[in-house]
Structures are given as C-alpha cells and as structure tokens.
Design a protein around this ligand. Structure first.
Ligand SMILES: *Cc1c(COP(=O)(O)O)cnc(C)c1O
Length: 357
C-alpha cells in the first residue's frame, strides 16, 4: 500500500505531476528546451516577485549542491554561519571543506538565531558572507531571515547573505527581494511537491559579481559558468528534463493558486498541527519561531514514536521521528506541498485514535 508522505521531504507527489515525467525527451541544446527552461524561469520570477537584479537557475541536484556552490563560488575568505540544527551544521562544515574560514554562531537545537546575535558578530569581525538556514527541518525552528537581511543590507553593503530555504520556499513566505538575500535555494522534493532531483536557486547580481572574483570555483559548483549558460536558457550540463516538465506544471499550479493562498494554506496547516500538538504535548521550537511547513513536537508523554509510525503506515500515512539525537524525544509532521488543513486534520485524528487520546 502507498503511504502518503507527511515527512519533511520527500513530500507527497500527485499523479498529475508524476505523469508529466513520462513525456518524450528533447535535446537540451534544442530550442524546445530553451523555451521550456526559459518559461520555467519566467514563472519563478513571477511567483517569487523577483526584481531585475535577481537571476534563477534550476540545477540537477538535490539542495545540498548549493552548500557547495556557496562554499566554492560565494564565500571569498570567511563566512559567518548560523547553526541551530543538523542542516545548518552541515552547511558550515561544507563551506569549511571548500577551504574557506568559518565562524559559527551556535545555539541549542530548538532555539532560533536572533538578529542581535548576528549584529554582535558583524560588529566585531570581518566577514564576506553570512549564512543562515531559514527553516531548520531537524528542529522545526524558523530563523528571522527578513530581519537579518535588513541588518546586512542596511549596514554591510559588501557582505553577501546566503539562505538555505530548502524546506520553506513555495510554502512559507519567501520574497527574495524583501529578504535582501543574495543566494537562496530550495529542493524540488520539499514544498514544491515534486520528486527529488532538482534545486531551484535564486541569486542576486551581487552574487554573480562576487563569484567572478572568487577562485577555485570547481566545475558543477561554478556559479559563473552556470549563469553564463542561463543567458541562453540552458544549463552547463545535461539537466533532468523529465523533472523540469514536472516543475513547469507545478509552477502553473502554484501561479494559479496564487502566492498569498499558498502561504495561507501552509499557515493553516501549521496552526492546526500546532493546536493539536499543544493539547497533548509541547512544541519543540522556542515560542515565536515555529516553522510554517513542519511541526516538531516534544514527546513530553514519552510515547513510542517508532510504534506510532508503524501503525500509521498501516493506515496509509507516514510522519517522521525526531532527527538524529532527537529521535523519540521529538517527532515531526511535515505539512508542505499539496496538503491542506482538512487532510492534515484527518491524519491527526488517526494519531488520536492510535494513541487513544
Ligand atoms: C532537506 C534539507 C536539506 C537537504 O536537501 P537535499 O535536497 O536532501 O540535499 C538542506 N536543508 C534543509 C533545511 C532541508 O530541509
């Protein structure tokens, strides 16, 4: 039996989207491809309200490639990386392994990075890049990227701001122009509700200018090369054309639904899940910094999460245990992509039934 996915990626993908991938292939240097790809980029520009100073690339990779792109092509010497979970920690390590210096602001899992912490660091040290994960999928914490973006744009014109929006873009409110970020990216298998294998990357003209002045950019991670090809509506290497068909379809659906409604729908799902969680447990994230696309719940009743997941599977649904060391201490319900609050409520009712609430 197929289990419907309410995990923080991959998310449930509809038949309508899945079947787009069965279309005949085209050559990636053909006009038909440039038309498809150019169209996708125009739709991304429209949906995310990008100004002229932003450019888009869809890489054939999972989201993590962009950790390397930032490490190779954006950070010149030293980055400040905000770490409050597994993904931001991996981002920091990746930049380090690209041979760049990294300073870390670290808070306990479940806590958010505050703008004042970033401000304090920026006053005392020189960095060329600040890195933040918007939606820490390991803890369900949502970091204040709009405030941090404001701080950087108003006071540090030479610092670039790179944001991991892997599990929030196309669900939570992400308007790059208003964030003032220079690099922001998201994997196809999270809120875009597509199969894994693509990453949607949006960069500012500042980021491309910076990349031109950074050496040892590698090959797949060379932002300059990527955007040279973008001018022709092409990608440097053979892209996953089948998945691009699916992305094109997804963007049509998102635009039809409208940005405001997509965000509103995710907010409703988050509220409904948080309300349910708070009647039985506690939320794991510190108050005021809860994710809109997934809810991480503190297992205060010491319920057997593994067993719940097994029982839920028999009823056709899948949620996630806690991440890494948070296994059994927390559990996570992903409400991203094509879900709505009525469907989510049904799953919560089944959990009530299994746990006898
Ligand atoms: C899923 C996730 C990633 C990793 O993305 P992949 O597509 O698996 O490479 C990175 N950051 C966050 C916040 C995520 O949720």
């Amino acid at each position: 039996m197929h289990k419907k996915l309410l995990i923080p990626g991959p998310t449930e993908v509809s038949q309508e989207i899945l079947s787009e991938q069965s279309r005949y292939l085209i050559g990636h240097r053909e006009k038909a491809f440039s038309d498809l790809y150019g169209g996708i980029k125009s739709k991304i520009t429209k949906f995310f309200e990008l100004s002229d100073s932003y450019y888009t690339s869809v890489t054939t990779s999972s989201g993590s490639l962009w950790f390397d792109i930032v490490g190779r092509s954006i950070v010149k010497e030293k980055a400040l990386v905000c770490v409050n979970g597994a993904f931001s920690s991996r981002f920091a390590k990746t930049i380090q392994s690209c041979g760049k210096k990294v300073d870390i602001i670290e808070v306990d899992w479940g806590k958010a990075i505050k703008t004042s912490m970033v401000a304090e660091k920026l006053e005392s040290e020189k960095y060329d890049t600040v890195v933040m994960c918007h939606n820490e999928s390991s803890t369900g914490v949502r970091n204040p990227i709009y405030e941090v973006g404001d701080l950087i744009r108003s006071t540090y014109p030479n610092i670039l701001f790179a944001v991991d929006s892997v599990s929030s873009m196309a669900g939570d409110k992400i308007i790059p122009n208003n964030i003032g970020c220079d690099v922001i990216f998201a994997s196809s298998q999270k809120c875009f509700a597509l199969p894994p294998g693509l990453c949607i990357g949006i960069v500012s003209d500042r980021a491309i200018k910076r990349a031109n002045n950074v050496s040892n950019r590698g090959s797949y991670t060379d932002l300059v090369n990527i955007f040279d090809f973008e001018k022709k509506n092409q990608t440097p290497f053979t892209p996953n054309i089948s998945l691009l068909y699916a992305l094109d379809k997804r963007l049509n659906l998102l635009i039809k639904e409208t940005y405001a409604h997509v965000y509103e729908r995710h907010l409703e799902m988050a509220k409904c899940t948080r309300d349910w969680a708070k009647t039985h447990f506690e939320l794991f994230p510190e108050p005021g910094f809860e994710s809109v696309t997934l809810t991480c719940i503190k297992n205060t009743l010491e319920k057997n999460v593994k067993e719940l997941i097994e029982k839920l599977a028999l009823r056709g649904f899948m949620i996630s245990n806690g991440y890494g060391m948070l296994k059994e201490k927390t559990f996570r319900i992903g409400h991203m992509g094509e879900w709505n609050s009525i469907e989510v409520k049904k799953v919560l009712d089944i959990i009530d039934d299994i746990w006898g609430f």
